[in-house]
Design a binder for this molecule. Structure first.
Ligand code: TRP
Length: 451
């Protein structure tokens, strides 16, 4: 491997780069719909508890492994213990499952941007607009292809730098706009019930499924359990304070997700009455609720257009980094040129993305485990593979290389205040909880137990 790995120029550079990759559709699109579906406040509470325990533990582990070995996932596990190189491969599988459907949603975002700049807000604010649109055959595929092409082109031309710079400017704008939209949502008549639903935990809604959903979301949103943070860590300088950097990334990522929920959930109550059905919309929630908000807002067309453009940027930085990962995996594995790898990965995205896109129309009869194709891929990666990878990572660090290895790396520069807490979680609490929850939810999906 090359020893002259580039490094981030300063400490903040690392945090911003990692946060830029972490913040994406996971925060803006996925978090609000899960929070709405799984009981609001109780989901938020479980998510926050998991973020400061599991999220912290796994993120510091992955970044430390990368910085220690200066290698990405496969190489990092392999160099620490040959028997565990399979774990590197397993974690690489996750971005292969996520990226195609990520691009399908990216296509929806472009469509909504176009809807707003062509002044069709009031149609989009209609309850049936989204479902009718996604059930179409050609339009969603065309937008998906545009999105995937854009992503692959950036990776091919290696202009991530430019995108990165642009998003560094757009991310703060997105935050300001999100604050503004949340305030507007909260002030709508009837929205306050939504605020209560979102902030006040209802313990009767607590179940293993809530925990599994929150955990899958945590891994997804923070780009954990897929080797990404190992790669980021491999670029991190030794003089950065690991623990503090992890806290900053987590606060940033969670803050944006929280804001997205505040923007969308009160609006569901204000505009759709907060019924079980309105809250359980799933993947379509952002696309159904937000247009209603913009439709009722002065200058809503302009604000909506800017908003979807910013979401598009946040999504692109994530899908570019996902695709870059896929390209580097096949390059390392097969020794193909960058160009050839990009073409093949592009073809792969299309081959999987097209049926996923059609899963809401032409192919809606294909419903594995009763889910749409998009939900199914999402389930396999976030609720099955990621918990397994996370479990194995805990076992690997807890009992094979020992937590001390990570602690030493974290203490290369400065202290590791939470090291006792860290050791306890990685060795015992996380593995036990991960296995329990995984089994529980898989049994539930297959109908072996019911809750
Ligand atoms: N965390 C990103 C989001 O919230 C999605 C994501 C998952 C991702 N894995 C990634 C982004 C790997 C970049 C790299 O949308």
């Amino acid at each position: 491997m090359d020893n002259k790995r580039g490094s981030f120029t300063n400490k903040l550079g690392f945090v911003l780069a990692a946060a830029g990759s972490a913040v994406g559709l996971g925060n803006l699109w996925r978090f609000p719909y899960l929070a709405a579906k799984y009981g609001g406040g109780i989901f938020l509470l479980v998510y926050l508890i998991l973020a400061i325990s599991f999220g912290f533990t796994l993120m510091i582990t992955e970044i430390a492994l990368g910085r220690k070995t200066r290698l990405s996932a496969v190489g990092a596990y392999q160099s620490l213990n040959k028997k565990f190189s399979f774990l590197g491969y397993l974690s690489c599988l996750v971005p292969f499952i996520i990226t195609p459907y990520y691009c399908v949603i990216g296509g929806w975002v472009i469509k909504y941007f176009v809807v707003f700049i062509t002044n069709q807000v009031s149609q989009a604010a209609n309850d049936t607009f989204f479902a009718a649109y996604t059930a179409q055959t050609s339009a969603p595929i065309i937008y998906f292809m545009i999105y995937a092409l854009l992503t692959v082109l950036v990776v091919l031309m290696g202009v991530e730098g430019g995108i990165e710079k642009a998003s560094r400017f757009m991310m703060p704008v997105l935050v300001i706009l999100a604050v503004f939209i949340s305030v507007f949502s909260i002030l709508q008549p009837g929205a306050i019930e939504g605020v209560i639903y979102y902030l006040k935990p209802d313990f009767s809604r607590f179940s293993a499924t809530t925990v599994l959903a929150a955990m899958g979301q945590l891994f997804y949103s923070m780009s954990l359990a897929m080797g990404i943070m190992i790669t980021y860590g491999s670029y991190m300088k030794k003089d950065a304070h690991l623990e503090n950097s992890v806290h900053q990334i987590e606060i940033f990522d969670t803050g944006i997700a929280f804001l997205a929920g505040l923007m969308i959930i009160p609006a569901v109550f204000a505009f759709s009455g907060g019924s079980e059905e309105a809250l359980g919309k799933g993947p379509s929630l952002m696309f159904v609720t937000l247009p209603k908000v913009f439709d009722s807002m002065r200058f809503g067309t302009v604000i909506g257009a800017v908003f979807f453009l910013l979401v598009l940027f946040a999504a692109l930085t994530s899908s570019i980094s996902l695709t870059e990962t896929l390209v580097s995996i096949v390059r390392d594995k097969f020794g193909w040129s960058r160009r050839k790898s990009c073409v093949i990965i592009g073809a792969y995205l299309v081959i999987l993305g097209v049926p996923i896109s059609l899963g809401f129309g032409l192919l809606d009869f294909i419903a594995p485990l009763g889910m749409s194709l998009l939900d199914f891929f999402d389930f396999i990666s976030n609720s099955v593979l990621m918990p397994i990878v996370a479990f194995l990572t805990c076992i690997f660090v807890g009992f094979i290389i020992k937590p001390q290895a990570v602690i030493e790396e974290a203490e290369v520069n400065g202290t590791f205040r939470l090291k006792k807490f860290y050791t306890l979680i990685i060795k015992y609490i996380a593995p036990v909880c991960l296995i329990a929850i995984l089994l529980f939810s898989v049994f539930e999906v297959f109908g072996i137990i019911t809750v």
